[in-house]
Design a protein around this ligand. Structure first.
Ligand SMILES: [Ca+2]
Ligand SMILES: [Ca+2]
Ligand SMILES: [Ca+2]
Length: 276
C-alpha cells in the first residue's frame, strides 16, 4: 500500500513537472523575420534637398528577394536617415507583454558609396515617432559580398528620438513597458558623410525581443531558462544576450535569487517574472 502510494505520488510529481516544463505558455516574445520585403513602409528625415528611397528586388538576394536603400544628397549636405518599417512586425507591450531588450540581425552588402558616416541599425516606431539606437555603435563595413550584421541587448533607454539634426533628442525613448503603446520594428540607414548616392542592399532582416525570464529566448519560460541561468552563474556559461531577461525578480542584477524566483514561478505557482 505504502509503495503504491509512493509510486502514485511519484507519477503525479513527474506529471506536474512535465506540465510545468512543456505547457506553461510564453510570458511574451516578439520575434520577427523577413526576407521578402513585401509589406514595408519607408520614409526619411533629411536636410533640405536630400532624399532616400527603398527598392525591392526579386533576385540577387541572399536568397532571391531583397531591398536596397539609396540615400541621395541635395545641395545642403547634412544628414539623411532612411527609415524602413515592417508593417507586419507589430508588438503591443500593454497587451502582449513588456520587452526587456531587442536584438537585431541583417544581411547586407555594399552597392555603392560606403565610406565614413554611414550606419545601419534597429528602428522603432511608436506613437508616430521614430526611435533609433545610437548609430555610432553600428557599421556595415565596405564589403560587396553578403555578410551578416548582428546587434544584441538594446534596451528602450538605448533608443532615442531621431530628428533632422542627426542627433535627435537622446532624452526621449520608446516605452517597452506595460504602459507602452503598440510598436513597429524595422531598420534604418544613416548617411552623413558621403558626397553622392549611397546604396546598400539588405536581406534576411530579423528582430528578436526578450521578455523577462525567457533567458534563452526560445519563446517559453521553462526549466531550460533555469538551467541556462545556473550555467551562466556557476559554470562559466554564456551570459544571456539580454542580461535583463535573467533578472527575473527585478532586483537589478542576475543572481541566485532569480533562479529561485523562476523555480517558484514554474513549480510553486509564484508570480511571473516582472517588474510590476
Ligand atoms: Ca531574401
Ligand atoms: Ca526560454
Ligand atoms: Ca535579480
Amino acid at each position: 500500500m505504502k509503495a503504491n502510494a509512493f509510486k502514485r505520488n511519484l507519477v503525479i510529481g513527474i506529471m506536474i513537472l512535465l506540465i510545468g516544463v512543456f505547457i506553461i505558455p510564453s510570458d511574451a516574445l516578439a520575434d520577427f523575420a523577413d526576407g521578402d520585403f513585401l509589406n514595408w513602409y519607408d520614409t526619411y528625415i533629411a536636410t533640405p534637398g536630400d532624399s532616400a528611397y527603398m527598392t525591392r528586388y526579386d533576385s540577387g538576394g541572399n536568397p532571391d528577394a531583397n531591398v536596397t536603400s539609396t540615400t541621395v544628397y541635395g545641395p545642403e549636405h547634412g544628414v539623411v536617415f532612411h527609415l524602413m518599417v515592417n508593417n507586419d512586425a507589430e508588438w503591443n507591450p500593454a497587451i502582449e507583454g513588456p520587452i526587456e531588450c531587442v536584438t537585431f540581425q541583417i544581411d547586407t552588402k555594399s552597392v555603392s558609396g560606403w565610406g565614413s558616416g554611414q550606419a545601419l541599425e534597429i528602428l522603432v516606431l511608436q506613437n508616430g515617432q521614430y526611435f533609433i539606437a545610437p548609430w555610432s555603435s553600428s557599421a556595415t563595413g565596405s564589403s560587396t559580398e553578403w555578410h551578416t550584421m548582428t546587434l544584441g541587448g538594446c534596451q528602450a533607454s538605448d533608443f532615442f528620438l531621431v530628428d533632422i539634426t542627426g542627433g535627435g533628442d537622446t532624452t526621449i525613448h520608446p516605452d517597452f513597458s506595460e504602459s507602452g503603446t503598440s510598436i513597429k520594428f524595422g531598420f534604418f540607414t544613416g548617411n552623413s558623410g558621403y558626397m553622392g548616392p549611397y546604396t546598400q542592399r539588405y536581406d534576411n532582416w530579423h528582430i528578436g525581443a526578450f521578455s523577462r525570464g525567457d533567458v534563452n529566448r526560445d519563446g517559453v519560460i521553462d526549466l531550460g531558462d533555469v538551467v541556462y541561468l545556473i550555467t551562466y552563474l556557476y559554470k562559466n556559461g554564456p551570459a544571456p544576450d539580454c542580461l535583463l531577461a535573467g533578472d527575473a525578480n527585478c532586483s537589478g542584477e542576475v543572481e541566485l535569487g532569480d533562479v529561485v524566483y523562476l523555480i517558484t514561478y514554474l513549480y510553486k505557482a509564484g508570480p511571473p517574472p516582472s517588474c510590476k
